[in-house]
Write a protein of this length. Structure first.
Lengths: 117, 114
């Protein structure tokens, strides 16, 4: 079965540094997402992306965050200047357009654990 | 705003016994409800969803869930648990079918004891 792949699996960075988390969605999928889970808390929606632009974003997704699909296969999340509270597991997901025109179930990657020191 | 609550951090069950993982939700409009499962070192995998219609929804690996509007619940069930069902289970809700902006719970660790 096709999978969403995320790299790296673990990323350690210093506060204030920029990080880029990388994802390769399933090839025929059209919708892309980032979610995150801070340790002990709920999985939170960050952003959705379709047709090369952001569809929706949460209040967490401030100016420090950006997403990009640079080459038609990768989907990246950039955090410009990391803060301690950005430490979390970041999940990438993708979904395909169903015949009803609705994007159906999500396919998730196994996540990148980001630790900001 | 939409949210879900998964009240138990961990559910322990003996192999062969029925398994129930609880979820209650809060949403302003019609709820669209989902269960996802995460096995070690893997991404979350879709198990089942409730959109409309029959309150009992059947999904992958023998799981089912019952939508109860009056109790705002969507509990996940399996009649006979297997050791391989040991995993992290996430309930999620959306108030807008198809946008996949889901509100997840914290997740429940299920441990099936041989």
């Amino acid at each position: 079965e096709p999978e969403v792949t995320q790299t790296p699996s673990h990323q350690v960075t210093q506060m204030g540094q920029e990080v880029i988390l990388r994802c390769v969605p399933i090839s025929n999928h059209l919708y892309f997402y980032w979610y995150r889970q801070i340790l002990g808390q709920k999985v939170e929606f960050l952003v959705s992306f379709y047709n090369n632009e952001i569809s929706e974003k949460s209040e967490i997704f401030d100016d420090q965050f950006s997403v990009e699909r640079p080459d038609g296969s990768n989907f990246t999340l950039k955090i410009r200047s990391t803060k301690l509270e950005d430490s979390a597991m970041y999940f990438c997901a993708s979904s395909e357009m169903s015949p009803t025109g609705k994007d159906e179930k999500l396919f998730f990657g196994s996540g990148t654990q980001l630790s900001v020191l | 705003a939409q949210s879900v609550a998964q009240p138990e951090d961990q559910v322990n069950v003996a192999e062969g016994n029925p398994l129930t993982v609880k979820c209650t939700y809060s949403v302003s409009g019609n709820p669209y409800l989902f269960w996802y499962v995460q096995y070690p070192n893997r991404g979350l995998q879709f198990l089942l969803k409730y959109i409309t219609g029959d309150n009992l929804v059947k999904g992958s690996y023998g799981f089912e869930a019952e939508f109860n509007k009056s109790q705002t619940s969507f509990h996940l069930k399996k009649p006979s648990a297997l050791v391989s069902d040991s995993a992290l289970y996430f309930c999620a809700v959306s108030d807008h079918y198809g946008n996949n902006r889901l509100a997840f719970g914290k997740g429940n660790q299920v441990v099936v004891i041989p």
